[in-house]
Design a protein around this ligand. Structure first.
Ligand code: PHE
Ligand code: ZN
Ligand code: ZN
Ligand code: CA
Length: 472
């Protein structure tokens, strides 16, 4: 029989609170964090381009082509293959810039885009230097991360949006129906740094479209209030939506005036436009709210990482050799993982093995069960499939009886296989890697489950990080 000892009440409360309230991320926990300084550096370049070219980056003007060349040079240096597509407008020739990364299923394309043109009478730093710079920096960060995308990642910088969405319409009309059908998602970023910002999520295509919900979930996870906006035909997602492609996007506001209710939740100035320099000559370097720009760029990065890796029903098997688990180091919070809310945390009460997030199961010192799950398809073509994770355990228990346990399991339909059981016995507060052969599940879609049960007193913390399902 176990002899319960009283855990110090303050410590018990702290441990319980740390697990129960640990879902709110800290300001630095965004992952991947897209450095806002790099986004600002792209904006400074776009401003210089405008300044050197008569103060604008408008269609048919030299500042537009110089903007295309700047973005193209950055993308190519990072390993993207680019294509420039020209088309004519009443103001002269314009260009779309398309960029793709090597790898990824060519039959399952995920796209993001931003218009790169300004209006004729200004530098267009918020509209739409901000979306262009955010998309560019997220794309560069993704390329630099060395991820192997599951889907084909394609990025579009559109010309002549300000003349009636001409570039995105031209692009879509240049594709065959077969090529259009391969596009699973288009995310649009037109104005993300408005000086008196709001946080709007496009709500125009919700059916079967989880991207909209992923966008709002990110804001919610950061404690940022958001609103839906019906953008209708006001930006470049429209040509994609017309073809039935799932679309969404974010927007920090243009000529519309911020209400007092909106100023209460977002700060800023009620009775003033979200961007009072919208389409004006004052849309220059100082017309940016850096917090909005930072949040927007991080969210663009979040969506890119998420959708590059997501199973969208493509026809090519996922890459081998990579990690089939998503958000495997928990740095995107609870994204993709299901189960008990709370264990996936950046709470500093226990260290992460890498980054700042981990799954902290248990540690409550009270009776309870906590479980996290992720579904994964183990490719039938794999010769080997290995599940691994890093585990760190500490306990207030003593003795050789397992009072608190954590199991690593594979759930295949109604069959649950326990790969290993860990307990307070032999708790080790140094991270150690555990590995299991999952080749028996080749060709099966299974759930990887970590499930913890604690008894009524004396905490045991099972802290997991850096999970992987590697195949070859
Ligand atoms: N497309 C508009 C422009 O470039 C901006 C906008 C975006 C307006 C989304 C409303 C909603 O001027
Ligand atoms: Zn715009
Ligand atoms: Zn505009
Ligand atoms: Ca981590």
């Amino acid at each position: 029989m176990r002899t319960p000892r009283a855990i110090a009440p303050v410590l018990a409360a702290a441990l319980a609170a740390s697990v129960l309230t640990a879902t709110a991320p800290t300001a630095t926990a965004a992952s991947p964090d897209i450095p806002v300084a790099n986004v600002q550096a792209h904006l400074a370049q776009l401003q210089s381009i405008a300044t050197a070219n008569g103060g604008n980056r408008g269609t048919g003007k030299p500042g537009y082509l110089a903007s295309v060349n700047y973005v193209k040079g950055k993308l190519e240096a990072a390993g993207f293959t680019t294509t420039t597509q020209s088309f004519s407008t009443s103001s002269g020739t314009s260009y779309n810039l398309l960029a793709e990364l090597p790898g990824g299923d060519p039959n399952s394309v995920v796209m993001m885009g931003a218009h790169l043109d300004s209006v004729a009478n200004g530098a267009g730093i918020n509209d739409n230097g901000s979306g262009s710079a955010g998309v560019l920096e997220a794309a560069l960060a993704y390329a630099a991360s060395g991820q192997t995308p599951r889907n084909k990642v394609r990025v579009g910088f559109w010309g002549a949006e300000e003349l009636g969405l001409l570039g995105s319409k031209h692009y879509m009309s240049s594709l065959s129906t077969t090529e259009k059908d391969k596009i699973e998602l288009y995310l649009n970023y037109d104005m993300i740094g408005s000086p008196n910002p709001g946080y709007f999520v496009y709500d125009d295509n919700p059916v079967g479209n989880t991207a909209r919900d992923e966008l709002t979930a990110w804001y919610t996870s950061k404690g940022i209030p958001w609103e839906y906006i019906d953008v209708q035909g006001r930006s470049d997602h429209a040509a994609f939506r017309s073809h039935g492609i799932a679309t969404s996007g974010i927007f920090s506001g243009a000529e519309t005036v911020k209400t007092s209710a909106q100023a209460q939740k977002w700060g800023g100035t009620a009775g003033t436009a979200f961007d009072r320099c919208y389409h004006s000559s004052c849309d220059s370097s100082s017309n940016i709210n850096v917090t909005a720009l930072d949040r927007g760029a991080d969210l663009i990065g979040h969506m890119l990482w998420l959708y590059a890796a997501k199973d969208l029903g493509g026809t090519t098997p996922p890459p081998t050799g990579g990690n089939l688990l998503q958000n495997a180091g928990f740095e995107s919070g609870a994204t993709v993982w299901t189960g008990t809310s709370g264990p996936i945390t950046s709470n500093s009460g226990r260290p992460a093995r890498s980054g700042s997030w981990k799954a902290w199961l248990g540690g409550n010192g009270s009776a309870g069960t906590e479980t996290i799950n992720q579904s994964v398809a183990v490719p039938s073509s794999a010769t080997a499939a290995t599940l691994s994770f890093w585990l760190r355990t500490d306990t207030a228990e003593s003795g050789s009886t397992a009072y608190d346990t954590m199991r690593a399991q594979v759930v295949d339909g109604s069959t649950v296989t326990t790969l290993a059981t860990y307990s307070n016995v032999g708790a080790n507060a140094t991270y150690a890697q555990k590995s299991f052969d999952l080749s028996a599940w080749k060709g099966r879609t299974v759930t990887i489950r970590f499930t913890m049960t604690e008894d009524a007193s004396l905490q045991t913390s099972f802290v997991l990080d850096d999970t992987a399902l590697a195949t070859s």
